[in-house]
Structure formats: structure tokens, C-alpha cells
Design a protein around this ligand. Structure first.
Ligand code: HEM
Length: 497
């Protein structure tokens, strides 16, 4: 009997613990979907059966046009989902001081090497670190990386041709694009050769895979921490395996040593960091943390967009032909400037960013409490520390803003004014406002260069082994397909180009 009473009491207490907060938004006059015990408003993604982006999109579709924002629950935690594009723009720009910080699961305690990444940092530390590295991302600095990008493009073509000649069946195109971005980044950020394109056993690539792997342990730790934050108040699970941290520290150390002995000192990111090191009296840890920012923010995002651009072009023969024609008109004069002036390539790039934005939601924290007007035009107070979500994926795929959103149609960007789209909260793959992506120019360059290189050298088509439609993995926070993206490559002979 005792055990029965104890069990019933425990279950009842747990139920109350899990649900007592579920009136939070209703009490404040904010609409939203009805939460369920434990899983909140995300019945499948809370237990990793479906990606968060799809459930967020369901909520978006239910409430868009009816409410400027809705209250949602991640497990027990009340959070806000913004639906109105005008409000999104205000959050990025006009009301920025109320939403200054990003919400992430990383911090200086659980990921020491991320300690200089502006994306993760908050308040003054964010300002200082962003100011420190911003000069490395100007148009001029980006232009200086073009020779490296171009060299890696040529390697990529050579690699694909050799695979074809040797009859090697093609692996996932995501693997090929990851090799390319790994080689570019290692060269630009560390001045070293990762040799990922030609070497399947590249150590740099192996560690990169490990760094981005989403382990079940980490996910369930985050889950339990969200449900029982008090139990984990004094414990932070390290997000970087000790060997990954050690690898990047050694890599930075080696890069500095080689650069100091070298006569040739290119004006690259490493050079920039070494000057910063002198100015700020940095230690090895600081330089390593700044270098890993480049790697962390550039590697997976760029490889995702490149993969999806190639996939979409492979599916859309007409677009591929049109792009190839535009590149052919340059008569082989592919330079930083000519690449930047290719208008159809730009349209293809933007349309890919629209459909397959790598980071499909942006999560911010309310840093200063603020009153927002609810669906009845009544001011409601959003408290400090409330997490808010900006549904990039849903806005980019909303038929009211982008008719027939699932169709890949680069022409929709033919006369588009990107600034005005951004200011209207309708197209913001790189974010907007004071926290806008620092690597936009660099990623645009390397992705466009690789697309142009591949399309002018190969005819690409989708292999039947590719599972369509492409669905995002349930456990990932980036646009990573569940299955492999198999494409077939056929060499285009020069005279037929
Ligand atoms: C296709 C590729 C990329 C996409 C779609 C992308 C997208 C984004 C987005 C959406 C943000 C958040 C912006 C905001 O909060 O308003 C961001 C921030 C950031 N990105 Fe990128 N990014 C890409 C590539 C890169 C590259 C190549 C680098 C560096 C080499 C980079 C460096 C950064 C940094 C440092 C931040 C943090 C800025 C801050 O919080 O002040 N990104 N990016």
C-alpha cells in the first residue's frame, strides 16, 4: 500500500511540476498552441522524432496572419515565436537593445574554445570580440582569399574527374562539398593544407566530422537540463571532446610556428590574428579560439548551401543550362570581380539560401524587458531572459511572400531588392542588424566559385539513390538531409560547354 501511495504521489507531483507553468502565456494575454505534459508544444521534436523546424512551421502556419507572435513551450519553458515579419525586422534592428544576445547551449564553461565566437558571446564581450575580428571580413580581405578558393576549385574538378576516370561510384555530394570547404578554411584560417579533397583520411576532416556530430548523450543532457535546471546548476557537460580541443590547439600552435619561420607571409586570416595577438597580448588559447570561430561558422553552413545548390541545379536542367551559359560568356575569365557580377549565379545562390537556409531558426534572448502589442493590439510585457524564436525557414517558405515556395525558381530573385526584403523581415539568411553574419561575403565567394567551377566542368543529375523529398534530420539544428545527396557528374568536353 505504501508503495502505491508513494508512486501515485510521485507521479502527481511530477505532473504538476511539468505543467504548472503552462498558463504562463494565457495569463499574459498571448495566444498559442496547447502544450502537453513533458513535451510542451513540440510533441515529436521534443523527443527527437522529427526536426524542430517542422513543428515550428506547423505552429507558424496555424497562427500566421492572426497573431504577431505566439507563446510556445520547450518542455516546461515558456518561449515566444515571432510570426509578423515587421516585428522580426524590429527585433533585429529597431528593438535590438532588447534582444541583443543569441540563445545557444554553448558557453565559456562547457566549450572553452568557443570563448571568442561572437555568435555565442553576450553583452560587452560580444561587442569587444565582434569589433576585434570585423576588420578581417571586409570586401578587400575577402577578395584576398580568392586565389585560395580558386586553387581549391581546381582541385575539386581534378578530384571529380579522377573519380569518374577510375569508375569510383560517387559518395554523398555533402561529403564532397565538406572536403572542399575544409580545404578552403584550413588554408585561409590556418595557412595549412588539410588535403581533404584528395585524401579520404585527412585528419582535419575527421576532426571536423567529430566536432559537428550530434551525440545522443549531448541531446539528452540538454533535454534533462531544460526539464530539471536546478539539478544541473553546477554541472556543465563539455561540448568539445578533449581530443578535439587538443587537436585545434596543436593546429594553431603549428600554424603559428610555420608562419613565423616562413619568408612568404600572406595577408590572410592567420596573419590578421597574429597582429591581433600582438596588439592584445593574446595567448595561444585566444588565437585558437578566434581561428575556430572561422572554422565553426564557415564549414558546415557553406557546405550545406553548396550541396543544396548543386542538388537543385541537378534537378532543374534548364537552370543548370542557363547558368552554364552565363559562365561560358566570361570566356574563362573567372575572377573575384567577374564572379560577383554574374547575375543568374546570384539568383541561384539566393534561391538556394531561401529554400535551404542552413540555420532554419534564430533564437534570441530578451535582454531588457519590453512591451509588445498582441493580437488584440494590447501591450503585453515580455520579461527579461525570455527566449524568442525567429522562424527563418517558415518565412522563406511562406507562399504569401514567395509564391509556390517549394519550387526552385531563381528568377524570383531577378529584380529583387535584397535590402528591402531584409528590411521587411522577409529574406534574411544571414540575419540582419548589428549581429548580422560576419562571414557573408566570404561564404558567398567560396560557394559561388565552387558552383561556377562544377557547373562549367560537369553536367550534374540526381542519382536514383537520393531519397526525395529531402527531409532534415530530426536531431540537427542545421539543414542536414536525413539521407545522402547522390549526384551523378559527367565531364563536359571544352567545345560542348
Ligand atoms: C552560407 C553560409 C552562412 C550562413 C547562411 C550564415 C548565417 C548566419 C546567421 C543567420 C547568423 C546570425 C545573424 C543574426 O543573429 O542576426 C550568423 C552569424 C555569424 N556568422 Fe554566419 N553564416 C554563414 C557563413 C559564415 C562564415 C563563412 C563565417 C566566417 C568565416 C560566418 C561567421 C559568422 C559570425 C562570426 C557570426 C556571429 C555574428 C555576431 O553574433 O555578431 N558565417 N551567420
Amino acid at each position: 500500500m505504501f508503495w502505491v501511495i508513494l508512486s501515485v504521489t510521485s507521479v502527481t507531483l511530477l505532473y504538476f511540476y511539468l505543467t504548472w507553468n503552462y498558463n504562463y502565456w494565457r495569463n499574459r494575454g498571448i495566444n498559442g498552441p496547447k502544450p502537453r505534459p513533458l513535451v510542451g508544444t513540440f510533441p515529436k521534436s521534443a523527443i527527437y522524432l522529427r526536426n524542430f523546424v517542422y513543428e515550428l512551421d506547423d505552429i507558424y502556419k496555424t497562427f500566421r496572419g492572426k497573431c504577431p507572435f505566439v507563446g510556445i513551450y520547450t518542455y516546461r519553458q515558456p518561449e515566444l515565436l515571432i510570426l509578423d515579419p515587421k516585428l522580426i525586422n524590429e527585433i533585429f534592428v529597431g528593438k535590438f537593445k532588447h534582444f541583443e544576445n543569441n540563445y545557444t547551449n554553448y558557453n565559456k564553461e562547457n566549450a572553452r574554445l568557443f570563448m571568442r565566437n561572437p555568435f555565442i558571446l553576450r553583452d560587452q564581450e560580444w561587442k569587444d570580440n565582434r569589433a576585434d575580428i570585423s576588420p578581417a571580413f571586409t570586401t578587400l580581405k575577402t577578395k584576398q582569399t580568392y586565389p585560395v578558393v580558386d586553387r581549391m576549385c581546381k582541385k575539386l574538378t581534378k578530384f571529380i574527374k579522377s573519380q569518374i576516370e577510375n569508375g569510383v561510384p560517387f559518395t554523398d555530394t555533402k561529403e564532397i562539398t565538406a572536403k572542399f570547404t575544409a580545404d578552403v578554411i584550413c588554408s585561409v584560417a590556418y595557412g595549412l593544407e588539410a588535403n581533404a579533397i584528395e585524401n579520404n583520411n585527412s585528419e582535419f576532416l575527421r576532426v571536423a566530422h567529430k566536432l559537428f556530430a550530434t551525440s545522443n548523450w549531448k541531446l539528452w543532457f540538454i533535454t534533462f537540463k531544460s526539464i530539471f535546471p536546478y539539478l544541473f546548476k553546477y554541472y556543465e557537460m563539455p561540448f568539445l571532446a578533449a581530443d578535439v580541443e587538443k587537436y585545434f590547439l596543436n593546429l594553431t600552435d603549428e600554424a603559428i610556428r610555420i608562419r613565423s619561420q616562413s619568408v612568404n607571409k600572406p595577408d590572410d586570416y592567420l596573419h590578421f590574428l597574429l597582429k591581433l595577438k600582438e596588439k592584445r597580448n593574446f595567448q595561444l588559447n585566444d588565437v585558437a579560439a578566434h581561428s575556430i570561430t572561422f572554422f565553426l561558422d564557415a564549414y558546415e553552413t557553406s557546405s550545406i548551401i553548396l550541396t543544396h545548390a548543386l542538388y537543385r541545379l541537378a534537378k532543374n536542367e534548364n537552370c543548370q543550362r542557363k547558368l552554364r551559359q552565363e559562365i561560358a560568356e566570361l570566356n574563362g575569365d573567372l575572377s573575384f570581380d567577374s564572379l560577383s557580377n554574374l547575375s543568374y549565379l546570384d539568383q541561384v545562390f539566393n534561391e538556394t539560401l531561401r529554400i535551404s537556409t542552413p540555420g532554419f531558426t534564430m533564437s534570441k534572448v530578451c535582454t531588457e524587458k519590453i512591451d509588445l502589442l498582441n493580437h488584440e493590439n494590447r501591450p503585453v510585457t515580455i520579461e527579461k531572459d525570455t527566449v524568442i524564436h525567429i522562424p527563418i525557414y517558415s518565412i522563406h517558405n511562406d507562399p504569401e511572400y514567395f509564391p509556390e515556395p517549394t519550387i526552385f525558381n531563381p528568377d524570383r530573385f531577378k529584380f529583387a531588392d535584397l535590402k528591402s526584403l531584409r528590411d521587411n523581415g522577409l529574406f534574411f539568411p544571414f540575419g540582419h542588424g548589428p549581429r548580422m553574419c560576419l562571414g557573408m561575403r566570404f561564404s558567398t565567394l567560396q560557394i559561388k566559385a565552387a558552383i561556377a567551377e562544377i557547373v562549367s566542368n560537369f553536367h550534374i543529375s540526381v542519382n536514383a539513390r537520393t531519397k526525395e523529398p529531402i527531409i532534415v534530420k530530426p536531431k540537427d539544428f542545421l539543414y542536414l538531409a536525413i539521407g545522402e545527396v547522390y549526384l551523378d557528374y559527367k565531364v563536359i568536353e571544352k567545345e560542348n560547354k
